[in-house]
Design a protein around this ligand. Structure first.
Ligand SMILES: NC(=O)c1ccc[n+]([C@@H]2O[C@H](COP(=O)([O-])OP(=O)(O)OC[C@H]3O[C@@H](n4cnc5c(N)ncnc54)[C@H](OP(=O)(O)O)[C@@H]3O)[C@@H](O)[C@H]2O)c1
Length: 263
């Protein structure tokens, strides 16, 4: 996919990673359509990047359809908006459970269906899903987040096969802990020594590259975390024991506390 002159729709553009994604795609010469809930953060960003802003609450039924209608024809959809969904399931109301499932999983599916059909009609396009290493390995205090990100991975891999004959690419991006901005950085949790991070710009660069090369999956994390995520896939019980020994519970509880405001 040649990004110069392409129209790229980024959801969650007001967030730490979304802002970097918007800058990354605009920097490649794409026309960006940016979406988020907070107009006061969205509109100046869109103006700075010469793009358009469409305010949408993607937890609402019908919002994804309206967003796509307002965006017009898009060549690349980047489904990035999400809630952190950290903490114990028992601490969630059913309304909060629904909101997490709607924003993190249902909306990306609905948008991929609608945007993907239009792309298939034109014989070109690309769908990008911003998942997480939590879509490859499970951790305590993250059951809802794991559910949505594991679900996103399976959905995207299958869809990639179905879209292949129609000239539409599908990529999934798996960030680890992202520093400086975004839902992890905002939580103010200190990681144990030796656990590395990546920046929002690293995620943006990897995402742009994934679109340009039609990569199926790309991890954005230091080697040790990527290996840990692989272990979680092939040996989940061992992975849980390793995480327990490495202080995973403290990190998870810290995240749940720091992200309580984003439910
Ligand atoms: N940060 C990390 O360390 C990390 C690691 C792995 C994966 N990820 C993934 O990266 C993506 C971006 O995360 P981030 O760190 O940038 O998070 P963030 O700073 O919390 O931003 C989340 C974005 O999602 C939007 N959003 C939330 N609820 C929404 C709703 N109901 N309707 C529309 N938009 C909504 C927010 O919009 P408003 O702010 O305008 O409400 C915001 O733009 C997510 O998919 C996340 O799971 C992040």
């Amino acid at each position: 996919m040649e990004l110069r002159g392409a129209t790229v729709l980024v959801t969650g553009a007001t967030g730490g990673i979304g802002r970097a994604l918007a800058e990354g795609f605009a920097g490649r010469g794409a026309a960006v359509v940016l979406s988020g809930r907070r107009a006061e953060a969205l509109e100046p960003l869109a103006e700075r990047l010469g793009g358009r802003a469409v305010v949408a609450d993607l937890a609402e039924r019908g919002a994804a359809e309206r967003l796509l209608d307002e965006a017009g024809p898009v060549d690349v959809l980047v489904a990035n908006a999400a809630l952190p969904a950290s903490g114990l399931l028992a601490d969630y109301t059913l309304e909060q459970v629904d909101r997490v499932l709607d924003v993190n999983l249902r909306t990306p599916i609905v948008m991929a269906k609608l945007a993907g059909e239009r792309m298939a009609d034109r014989g070109r396009g690309h769908l990008v899903f911003i998942a997480s290493l939590s879509g490859k390995t499970a951790s305590g205090h993250a059951s809802l987040y794991n559910a949505t990100k594991f679900g996103m991975r399976g959905f995207a891999l299958a869809l990639r096969e179905d879209m292949r004959p129609h000239g539409v690419g599908v990529s999934t991006v798996f960030p680890g802990f992202i520093r400086d901005a975004g839902m992890f950085a905002d939580a103010g949790v200190t990681l144990p020594r030796g656990v590395g991070t990546r920046s929002p710009r690293d995620v943006a660069k990897a995402t742009v590259r994934a679109v340009e090369r039609n990569a199926a999956e790309v991890d954005v994390a230091p080697l040790a975390l990527r290996i840990g995520a692989q272990l979680g896939g092939v040996a989940p019980v061992l992975s849980a024991a390793v995480q327990r020994r490495a202080g995973g519970q403290d990190i998870a509880e810290g995240l749940a506390e720091g992200q309580r405001g984003k439910r």
